[in-house]
Ligand binder design. Sequence first.
Ligand SMILES: Cc1ncc(COP(=O)(O)O)c(C=O)c1O
Length: 399
Amino acid sequence: MHGGLERRLRGELEQFRADGVYKRLNHLDSPQGPRVRMEGRGEVIILSSNNYLGLSGDPAVVAAGHAALDRFGAGTASVRFICGTFTIHRELEAALAELAGTEAALSFVSCWNANEALFATLLGPEDVIISDQLNHASIIDGIRLAKVITKCDTAVYRHADLGDLEAKLQAHRDRRTRLVMTDGVFSMEGDVAPLPELLALARRYDAVLVVDDSHATGVLGPNGRGTAEHFGVVGEVDVITSTLGKALGGAAGGFIAASAATCDYLTQRARPQLFSNALPCTVAGSALAAVRRLREHPALVTRLHENTRYFREQLLARGFRPLPGDTPIIPVILGETAKAIRMSEMLLDEGVFVTGFGYPVVPKGQARLRCQISAAHTREHLDRALESFQVVGRKLELV
Ligand SMILES: Cc1ncc(COP(=O)(O)O)c(C=O)c1O
């Protein structure tokens, strides 16, 4: 490797360590589940996974991946329009459109990829994207990319601030297309976007509303159909982007659910579709099985909601002050980054895996532990984790 670059990288890595922000990877030697086997730690309860419905290790979901691998082989060996596309992608996309309540859906190798594809393909120099301040990094980078490629204009509105959004929509009244972009569930706060109000504003200002439902698909609404179902407005959001890497099997992959024309246009023009391979068949098979499981067993979602309510209530009863909300993302604010990292390590010593997040992922002084609940957690798992929270919380004089 180039000597100068090598020295610079090593120096910066040293500094990460010195600043206490170096990320150590924990190696797991088992499928994701409510408990996992962690190298050097043995079995631990995991409260850090997006495996919201517990489907990533589900035997039917795993078997469907095997079956797809056997039937279709490892992959397309090129991009879809050049080499042909597999029938399982079509089946998956139909199932995703049905779940999201849109005419069509198009799969991508990740939701990151889907967000990058969306803005840069649909917009031009006459257009503007107006984005929530706390949107996910993939949205922020997707917008930056679009700005360079298409020369579109961009604006950011304060988090969930409808007045600020309206002012920005007013200011951009003369644009050809106004695209309002929000997460459905914000990944660090666990709060839900005010969708009915966003829809009303989008309609009043003739804007396109796009919702990234990565943390809401399989999670919100009585049937896990996402933020729109949570608010009773399925079919009204113009475009939904989401991931297959969380509730829907947890492997990888993402999708855009929208009108047939939007998906067709993306198939024609989105650079990640035109210049990169399709989702591997194993992943498509597992994700399809996960969607079917979700549609056939909404009780999974009920269980997730019950577990979430229980864990939140019990944290409060033990003197913790999680951020208010009703999603399975339950952040406990601790202040300084070092404190969040320390608490995370102490919990791991107790056999509970919860990652601490600090600056720059969250604002300075708002470092936190982000607990994530799954339908696969039993009451016993949750009670064990809560006991550990209490023990560690007392040691750190938090409760
Ligand atoms: C809101 C949001 N959008 C997009 C992504 C990226 O999803 P993927 O892992 O499919 O790229 C994530 C993942 O953390 C997310 O939380």
